[in-house]
Design a protein around this ligand. Sequence first.
Ligand code: ADP
Length: 884
Amino acid sequence: MVFFVVVPIFAVFWLKILPDSKDQFIQDKKRELKSVVELAYNIIEIYNKRVVNGELSLAEAQIRAGRDLSQLRFAGKEYFFAYDMQGVTKALGSDSLQIGVNRYEYTDKQGTKIMQRLIDLCKTQGGGYLTYFYPRPGDSVASQKTSYVMYYKPWQWFVGSGLYLDDVNENISIIQNNLIFALLLGLIAAFIIGSLITRAIRKPIRLLSYAAEEVSKGNYSVVIEPASHDEIGQFYNALQRMIKSIRESFEKIRQQEERFRNMFDGHDAIMMLLDPQTGKILSCNPAAEKFYGYSREQFSTFHLSHINSLSAGHIEDNIRMAIDSKQNVFHFRHKLANGEQREVDVYSSPILFDDRTVLFSIVHDVTERVENERKIRLQSAALDSAANLIVITDVRGSIRFVNKAFCKLSGYTAEECIGTTPGKLLNSGRQSHEFYREMWSVILNGEIWEGELINRNKAGHLYYEHMTITPLKDSSNHIDHFIAIKTDITDRKLAEQQLIEAKKKAEELAHVKSSILANMSHEIRTPMIAILGYSEMLQELITEDTPAQMIEKIHLGGKRLLETLNLILDLSQLEAGKYEARIQEVDCTILFQEITDLYKANAERKKLMLECTLPGGPYYFRSDPRIVNQILTNLISNAIKYTNEGKIEVTLIPPEEGKAFLEFRVSDTGIGIPAESLDTIFEEFRQVSEGRGRSFEGIGLGLALTKKFVKKLRGTISVKSLIGKGSEFSVKLPILDDLQIGAGLAVDSPATEGVTGIIRAELVKLLIVEDEIIVSQLLSDYLKGRFDFTIAPDAKSALEKLDESKFDLILMDINLGKGMSGIELTRILRQKTEYRDIPIIAMTAFAMVGDKEEFLEGGCSDYISKPFSRYQLFSIIDKNLSGH
Ligand code: ADP
């Protein structure tokens, strides 16, 4: 090793560096020689300048110059010489005796005529170098010498100096020896330093090569500690970092592989790797095993055609498309191990795996989706064929679907509808903003909205529709669609409008009918008061049999007429819905007993027994006593009417625990009702015996009214009957809470006939305000001797009479013909302090429902409807006076 380093170094030194340094030295010496000759030349020139200046003569100057040059030395012993061009010596440092001697012919030991050569050199080139042999001063043997001369033309001199080459060579050998010594010294030092450096480097390099070796074996956990902080230490660190980064890269790759394996094995999605060349299944994950029902081992022997229902050729085509990335999503039908077929979407992409391209496929079971889509197609076909109009919108109201029926009615195509809103398409301007705001607030609240609208179709025609909007919610319970189901109700609406108009007309007619009835009632009642009143009075006055019987018949006929009138009025009031129930707590035992007692006389007249069976104690029940009265009255009076012998029984069924209805029966031993008439007898104007041959009086309204009364109290009525044996009417009435408290029944309570009124000791002063002379006449007859009365035919005279004297009670007719009505007069009187509390009895033929209430509200203290009996008149007068 050392040999290979040292020998080349020496060779280069010997062969190149030493010769080069020798040449260089000689050249340096010659340049030095030239510059000292130029100095000598300058000396001559200086002397010549002094000649020119006139300081010295030429001869003097030449002598001085010759002397100076002869004495001048350089490098300790070297000298100068000067000659003229004829070879005469002018200066010679080595031998001053030669000055003045012509040495033109001087020849050295080689035979070279030195002087002549130098003169030639000056003449031709102005000077230069010449090598020759010349003895050293004091020496007889000539040595090799190189001189440099310069020609000084003004004086025709040349001046020069020379170097003895032996001296130069001697210097060179000294320098060479020094160089060799320095080289040797350098080599030794280099050797020592080199071995030190080698020692310092070798250990770390060994460690580094060990580390590299370990890394190459795959051991990336090798750790090398830097020995120093120099370049090697830095190299250590760099290597360590490199190993670390390789280790991390490998770890990353390992983790990625593990992740892929975990993803592949642990993923719920069905995954498989396919060989695109052979179409074989290379690998599959557990999800695939589970889905298909084959094990991994089985899969590894399968060609794709084992699970794909396509032909092998088609499968190959699809694999090619996937591997060329022309198509990556496929829809197939896959076969499972159990023979079942499933619809699948397959996502296939080429991937690099184990240094080759394979197909990585993810299989999605979409059987349910396909089935749903099929269902949706079916449903949408069904929606399309539905007769109803169907619109589906998204949550903002933008139309997503309309069916054919909608398109047909609206005139818009499905394409025109989709994306727009029903409001934009169909708005007729007939519904207010508030209407739509309310609709939206309902459906956005998740509730179903139902209503009717007027819309406008494409042709501009208005149509009515009934619409139900149902909000549809997604799986997270958020409304995402609305489905509106509409029905064209234009025809129905038009029919309704016609009906409404018809109803309006009917109501108008009913109103007319009511007012006709009211007038009729008033007009019949007024004369009836005279008929009944006078026939009643005549019965008392006439005692002869025949006229008495005649009078009785007139009276009975009048009463029957009044009853019929009352029945007709009740019916019309009930039909007009003006007859309202007034619910109160009633003791039914008292009520039933009183009503039965009222009919006792009638029954006795026909030699019939009238019995009333009641529970032991009071029987409180919530109902309307007036209506219960009407029901019971009608049933008892019918029973008496249709029974010729035997008895009539009124039975109030005793209350039971938990029984919430009142039950009573009216039975008789009468003529009975044929089975076929049992239903019809409750209809208006229907009787068992109809037509001219009917054997009983009556107009066939009693039971119809009774049934309506029962219905008013929400009860039921039924009948059992046997021809010739008798009939039994049963009524059930539920307990009622307060229904509407409306107008009352303005029908007189039945009164016991033939009982005279209370007669007071002193005469009470009455004012009778009555325009009908016949009525005032009858009243005079009634009241004569019992009351001090004054008659006023109208309001004006009434006021005058009232001014004249003070009265205890006023009998006030309401309809006073022309001028102020009775009720207006009452209002005026009530405003006066002196008449504020006087009893004013409305005495009127206005006996329709609500009339009584109106008069009482108008200021009257009480009410009596015309016609009335004497007893009824006295009773009411007495009742009103006794309160004062
Ligand atoms: P009217 O008694 O005025 O004919 P109703 O409506 O009260 O009218 O009765 C209808 C019909 O039912 C009567 O005509 C009669 O034929 C029959 N009817 C009613 N009550 C009885 C009864 N208690 N016994 C037999 N028939 C009766």
